[in-house]
Each structure stands twice: as C-alpha cells, then as structure tokens.
Design a protein around this ligand. Structure first.
Ligand SMILES: Nc1ncnc2c1ncn2[C@@H]1O[C@H](COP(=O)(O)OP(=O)(O)O)[C@@H](O)[C@H]1O
Ligand SMILES: [Mg+2]
Length: 363
C-alpha cells in the first residue's frame, strides 16, 4: 500500500442530499364515532416549502391541522413535524410550530398590542424582549396605528394579520394556516398572500389549508386534494392540471358562413352552433396554435376571436371529485365541461394513491 489514496469526494453527500421533511405523515387516520374523517392519508412536506391541503367544507382539513399541531390525537398514523415524533415528543413539536386556526385566536376585549404581549408572555420572552418583538411584528403587519385599539374594532383583514403576527411571536419553523383567507375581501386576501410568500422567503415551512383553488395555485409548491377522507391527488399545480384534459382553443365567429367553412376545415373541432364557436383540443403550445392558424389560413377563413383555454384547478377538482364544491376560485372563463371530445389522455397521474373512484370521473 504505497500510494495513499486521496480521499475522494465522499460517496454520499451526507445530510444535505434529500431535503429534510418539515411534516411527514403516513397512514393518518381519524374517525368521529363511525364517521371516518381521515382514512389513511400520507403527506410529505419538504422544509421551506408551501404545502396546500385543498378540499371543500367538511373534507377534514381542520381535523388534519388539529392532529398535526397536537391539539387532538390521531387514531393511527406515523406523524413527524419539525423533526419530532408527535406521539413521543409533542412538546418539541409544539415548540417548533405556529398555528393560525380557522377561527381567530385573537381576544377581542383587549387591544392588538395586548394580544401580542400576551403571546410574548406565553413564550416566556421577558418584558423587554416581549415589547421589542411585539413592536417589530406590529410594524411588519401594518398594525401600528391600530395597536392600541380593542381588537373588536378590527376589520377581518386586520384580525387575520394580528392572528399571524401572534403566531410568529414564537419564531416557529413550521406554520399551519387553516383557511387564512376565507371570508376576506380580495385586497386583504392579496395582502395575506404576500405575507405567506414572505414567510416562506424567510425559510419557514407553511402548511396551508384552503378551499380556494386559485389560492393553492398561487402559493403552493405542492397541493394535495382531500376528498372522501383520502388524498385523491398530489403534486404541483402544473402536475395536477396535467391530470385533466380540457385545454383547448376556441374560435368565435360572427359570420355563419365563415363558421361553417371553419368547421369543415377543422374536423377535430367541437361545434357550438348557437354561439358560432369551435373548440379545438389543444395544449396551448405555440406549435399547436400555429397549426390551427395554418388550417384557418388554408381554408381562408378568419375567426373574430381566438382564445386559449388551459385547464385550471377547477377542472382538476371536478375531475377528481366529481363536484365543484371547492370552486370559489376565479372560475374559468368558459364552461369547460364536455370540451374534450377525443382529446389526448391525461398524463400519468402524479398521485400514487389516487383512488379508483376518482379515475372514473376524469372526463
Ligand atoms: N369534534 C368533532 N366531533 C364530531 N365530528 C367532527 C368533529 N370535528 C369535525 N367533525 C366532522 O369531521 C368532518 C371534517 O371536519 P373538518 O376537519 O372541520 O373539515 P374542514 O376543515 O375541511 O371543513 C366534518 O364532517 C365534521 O362534521
Ligand atoms: Mg376547517
């Protein structure tokens, strides 16, 4: 052994390789009496990301949050949050997390500032530090002016901001936000989205429940659709959208003769004789658009309007659950149902655990 082998780069780039999971659940179950609310769900949320649990009212979102935040017990499941096991180290979990519930934790009878100081006390921050943190957070959440007023006088948006500010007093690494924008006006909603983005930029992991598809689309790195007690699909917004067909180009005509010529030229098109419009299955790519335009040119017809429709999460939700209950989102501009005669099959499903019943509802 004469040549000492120079230590090559370590075979396994230790610790940092797979991103650490902030939340990991396997086989999470919960029933109330004989009503099964969570029927064995698996979740994996990498640290520093936004994960959205999407589902309509009654789907079990709050139940999942309550379990993962140690407020109630699960019937079964292996659960880890912030690197700690929920069953054996609930206190460590509590120290790592912050929760903003669906229903506000704000005490209406006292001022915003007093609410904050109370939280600081709960976290044993000490007087000076408590005041410092309170002042900083009130400033950050634009509540300085309202700080000395009773919380009962706050608008919905201010109350939510105060709620989140209170959550941040303990400097949590993982934050659970249960329907943080339900009931907010559009502007407060956007403010809240900005706040959530800021949190994530600061390295925090956010577990967000929502019934708004556009919200999940806007904020989440990954989305899980909760339906019938199960996760029926999971993936990025883009991956979920690829589960459903429904992308199409729509051509609208005012001249019936032009409409008929176009319909004759584009045999793939789905006709809507009443509206004088044609729908052509399309993924919206430049290449496919050009092909449509070339056909039209070749047939020497000109549409009065051409619009491109890509499937949105509404379509996905409908396809997966057969209902549009979670459909308060900025709904798609046209009815997309029945839009896809003969279009390409949906891409591979991302969710390993998609249930059979969700498949048959894919249009
Ligand atoms: N403490 C409870 N006792 C009995 N049933 C409950 C309880 N909490 C929630 N549920 C039921 O569990 C289901 C899921 O509720 P929840 O988790 O609040 O849904 P979501 O937050 O998605 O609207 C609902 O049918 C609800 O009625
Ligand atoms: Mg709820």
């Amino acid at each position: 052994m004469t040549t000492p082998t120079t230590p090559a780069t370590p075979a396994t780039p230790t610790t940092s390789a797979p991103r650490e999971l902030a939340i990991a659940a396997t086989g999470l179950r919960k029933a109330y009496g004989d009503k099964t609310v969570l029927d064995g769900i698996d979740l994996a949320v990498p640290a520093g990301t936004v994960f959205s649990l999407l589902g309509p009212n009654g789907a079990g979102k709050t139940t999942a949050v309550q379990i993962l935040t140690t407020l109630i017990g699960a019937d079964a499941g292996e659960l880890r949050v912030g690197g700690h096991d929920l069953a054996s180290a609930p206190d460590a979990v509590r120290a790592a997390i912050g929760v903003t519930g669906q229903f506000s934790a704000v005490d209406n009878l006292i001022t915003g500032e007093e609410n904050m100081l109370l939280m600081a006390d709960l976290h044993h921050l000490g007087r000076r530090e408590g005041r410092r943190v309170t002042a900083e957070l009130l400033e950050r959440f634009d509540l300085v002016e309202a700080a000395r007023k009773p919380a009962s006088t706050y608008s919905g948006g201010m109350r939510r901001r105060l709620d989140i500010a209170m959550t941040l007093v303990g400097e949590p690494r993982v934050i659970f936000l249960d329907e943080p924008t339900t009931g907010l006006d559009p502007r407060s909603r956007h403010t809240m989205w900005g706040i959530i983005r800021e949190l994530v930029a600061g390295g925090v992991t956010v577990f967000l429940t929502t019934q708004y598809l556009d919200e999940a689309d806007e904020l989440a790195d990954r989305i899980a659709v909760l339906h019938g007690g199960r996760i029926v699909a999971q993936g990025t917004a883009e991956e979920l959208k690829r589960l459903v067909p429904g992308g199409h180009v729509r051509l609208r005509f005012t001249d019936p003769v032009a409409y008929e010529s176009a319909a004759a030229a584009l045999r793939d098109a789905v006709r809507d004789d009443g509206a004088l419009s044609l729908q052509i299955p399309s993924n919206g790519s430049q290449r496919e658009l050009r092909a449509v335009l070339d056909w039209l040119d070749a047939a020497e017809v000109e549409a009065d309007e051409l619009t491109v429709h890509t499937p949105d999460l509404d379509d996905v939700f409908f396809a997966l659950t057969g209902s549009t209950t979670a459909a308060d989102s900025t709904t798609s501009d046209s009815t997309t149902s029945g839009s896809n005669a003969g279009s390409t099959a949906p891409a591979a499903r991302t969710a390993a655990d998609s249930t059979a019943d969700s498949k048959e509802t894919v249009r």
